[in-house]
Design a protein around this ligand. Structure first.
Ligand code: PEP
Ligand code: MG
Length: 591
């Protein structure tokens, strides 16, 4: 009754957003829809008084930020609290204040208009910067801008009177907060005992708001479809911050699966330290490498904290998002280098740009396609756009000396594609040699196996590369012919389906025969139920969301290789994904 989402809305249907903070939340919805601040423009006579008005608003803003800062230090840690130090500095910036002063004294503008105009100019400047870090700071500037405007216009400044009082952001009963966006200071005001999860339609996983949510331990999804804003207060929602999925009025099956995942996480987190930093070894001594999926530097630290032994998938397309030009070669080199340095001697698999499909990037001139997942994406786009692709290859190579870096091409469907990608890599290597720039001459080259054709010709592809990494997210959608973002066919896109499992098995066998190693980096690995399957299928490595690593390692320690193989043999003979899950639950409860 609460949902305005299209019906029929079956149990497996969910809304897909971008994972921003891991964890599971199940609660009622609490919508945050603040009225926009209304600003009026008028001519001022008494410029001194107008200037004073602005000074007072800035002074109160500083006091508010100061109080947030002291609260933030205890709740979210010093590093994150430094965000608010930057907000304070912004309010003291003499150049900014001088510009506002001029508008008031020389153009007789009222304080609101003068302040807004100057800050907006600055924001527009920031938006043209290439550095994603600087672009992300726009959210911080707007945050401070709004704070001052709220005070000038007499809008309530939302300071909470006591820790337990409900306000526009913190509901009286625990709930999932839904908003178009949250500023960093709004996020820092959240009470994790009241706000159990965050869902926004805007925002990015590398924003300060996302960073604060992670520190507060509040699961969060950003970039959800607009329709979440049409939910009614009180609808029940469930969110999985690892996969970026949100369910509305979920049925018991989904709830049970999410609760099981939450319980496993909690149990493992309590016991984590001992298990986390040891390799994943079965009771009979079989080892599987456990790597992490990352999108940038912040996740790398997180991955190491959760016991990652390397990075199995660096989704570099995130470096290209939320900006207006591609990151330069130098910028990319720096990022790859910092991630590699954080990893020390651990392997780092960098996947080249995988855009298209559900990851559009405005400035890359992608086409509007009827079937974007079947269109110009991943390696197809990169091979056709060497001016985008080559700087990335150069950046990876230049960052490689002294590190265990590997390069991986996404969406490979044919032998010609991998040959063309390798030819372009060789061309770039030739250029670097001529320029006298060093790079790792032995760097391993691999591909994602995520297109059914790649599985069928895995023997041929294996002859071209050093490793495979199976991408079950795309493989499931292509094997089952069901769009991975389409809510009405979501239950078909299930990596537990025997059709997908058989594809994994076939790929592993081809890799073994060819003598190359094979990993898996799709969401399947982050589901604790899948652990015996991954072990029994004979993968050398799995790469999963950092937060899922402890549970995975723990599950491996309880298994034997033989047991896992028997489970796989039986799973491959089931009729459906549902039956495979039932089988896994059954064997799990017997242990
Ligand atoms: C996959 O397809 O399984 C994968 C890991 O890549 P992505 O989800 O980024 O497409
Ligand atoms: Mg993929």
């Amino acid at each position: 009754p609460y949902s305005l989402l299209p019906t029929p809305y079956s149990p497996h249907h969910f809304l897909q957003g971008i994972p921003a903070s891991s964890g599971i939340a199940i609660a009622r919805v609490f919508l945050h829809t603040p009225a926009p601040i209304q600003i009026q423009q008028y001519h001022v006579e008494d410029v001194e008084t107008e200037w004073q008005r602005l000074r007072i608003a800035i002074q109160i803003s500083k006091e508010e930020i100061q109080s947030l800062l002291s609260q933030a230090c205890t709740q979210i840690g010093d590093a994150e609290a430094a965000i608010f130090d930057a907000h304070l500095l912004f309010l003291e910036d003499p150049v900014l204040l001088e510009a506002v002063h001029q508008r008031i004294f020389q153009q007789y503008q009222n304080a609101e208009v003068a302040w807004q105009a100057v800050v907006e100019e600055l924001v527009n400047n920031y938006r043209t910067f290439e550095d994603p870090y600087l672009q992300e700071r726009v959210a911080d500037i707007v945050d401070v801008e709004q704070r001052v405007l709220r005070l000038l216009t007499g809008f309530q400044s939302h300071i909470r009177t006591s820790d337990s009082s409900p306000d526009d952001l913190n509901p009286s009963e625990p709930a999932i907060l839904i908003a178009t966006d949250l500023s960093p200071s709004e996020t820092a005001r959240l009470d994790p005992t009241k706000v159990l999860g965050i869902c926004t339609t805007n925002g990015s996983a590398i924003s300060h708001s996302a960073i604060i949510a992670r520190r507060l331990g509040i699961p969060a999804i950003v970039g959800l479809p607009e329709e979440v804003m049409h939910l009614s207060n009180g609808a029940i929602a469930a969110l999985d911050g690892d996969s970026g999925r949100m369910w509305v009025n979920p049925e018991s099956e989904v709830l049970n699966a999410l609760e099981a995942k939450r319980n496993t996480r909690q149990a493992v987190h309590q016991e984590a330290p001992a298990i986390v930093f040891n390799p994943a070894v079965t009771r009979d001594g079989r080892r599987i490498d456990v790597f992490a999926n990352i999108t940038g530097i912040t996740d790398t630290e997180e991955a190491l904290r959760f016991g990652a032994e390397g990075v199995g998938l660096f989704r570099t397309e995130f470096l290209y998002m939320q900006r207006i030009t591609p990151p330069s070669e130098e910028e990319q080199e720096l990022i790859y280098l910092s991630v590699a340095q954080k990893l020390g001697n651990r392997p780092l698999i960098i996947r080249t740009l995988d855009i298209g499909g559900d990851k559009p990037i405005s400035y890359l001139n992608l086409l509007s396609e009827n079937n974007s997942f079947l269109g110009w994406r991943g390696i197809r786009y990169c091979l056709d756009n060497p001016e985008i692709f080559k700087p990335q290859l150069r950046a990876i190579l230049k960052a490689s000396p002294g590190h265990q870096m590997k390069i991986m091409f996404p969406m490979v469907a044919t032998v010609e594609e991998i040959q063309a990608a390798k030819a372009m890599l060789a061309e770039v290597q030739g250029e670097l040699r001529q320029e006298g720039i060093l790079f790792d001459e032995e760097m391993e080259v691999g591909i994602m196996v995520e297109v059914p054709s790649a599985v069928m010709i895995a023997d041929k592809l294996a002859a071209e590369v050093d490793f495979f990494s199976i991408g079950t997210n795309d493989l499931s959608q292509y094997v089952m012919a069901a769009d991975r973002t389409h809510p009405l066919v979501a239950d078909l896109v299930d990596a537990f389906h025997p059709a997908v499992l058989r594809m994994i098995q076939q790929t592993v066998q081809a890799a073994r025969t060819a003598g190359i190693w094979v990993g898996l980096c799709g969401e399947l690995a982050s589901d604790p139920l899948s652990t015996p399957l991954l072990l029994g299928l004979g993968l050398n490595e799995v790469s999963l969301n950092p937060q899922s690593i402890p549970a995975f390692k723990q599950a491996i320690a309880q298994l034997t290789g033989e047991q896992a193989e028997a489970i796989v043999a039986s799973a491959l003979q089931q009729d459906s994904a549902q039956k495979v899950r039932e089988l896994l639950v059954q064997v799990g409860s017997r242990e």
